[in-house]
Design a protein around this ligand. Sequence first.
Ligand code: GSH
Length: 216
Amino acid sequence: MALTFYHGHGSPYSWRVWLALEHLGLPYELKVLSFADKDLTKPEFVAINPRHQVPTIVHDGFALWESLAILEYLDEIAGGHRLFPGTAQERARAWRLIREDEEHLDGKGLTPIYDELYKKPEGVAPDEARLEAGRRKLVEEMEYFGRELRGDFLAGSQPCAADFVLYPDIAYVKRIGQKKPQSKLEGILPAPIAKWAARIESAPYFDKTFPPHWRS
Ligand SMILES: N[C@@H](CCC(=O)N[C@@H](CS)C(=O)NCC(=O)O)C(=O)O
């Protein structure tokens, strides 16, 4: 089985897949693409993924993109039901948590804050009301996800796909809090989520997945 994983450091979508690949113990070849060098729009990558996005995998000649499709596929080829474990109801719950993270925590909390602090033209002040609304939403959502923990992780004693989708967003909350004091995100993780994040970060494979440019 030959599996190639195209990754971009800092992409939360790609980070999900890397954590999952490692957790499942699947062998893969890592190809890191550089956003700065515009690797994603080079013809050789566009020929693989016409949407020129990471994550992308190629498995025995089959190219697949969209992180959630990839997670489901990896779970299948790893032998089943480790990223989406349990009964039909438990697997449906994992999908619900994934969509809730994307829709609410990310879409209504993190993304507006990221847009205000990183995407505005130089010299344009962030919209404080939008920042504050995003911050309030983040806190509310992190408390919600804290209540959704079932033991150490979202579905029990092992991380599932929902943990790997949520984690990069929480890492972004921490990162923005450190780098942008005006975000007032530093220290806002509720205790259950801070402890859960520390558990993900203590996995033996975690360190190599950490974006190298975040180390400073
Ligand atoms: N819905 C996609 C989103 C992937 C995505 O937005 N990837 C970004 C990096 S965070 C990307 O590759 N952007 C480069 C481009 O669009 O050219 C997924 O879940 O995989």
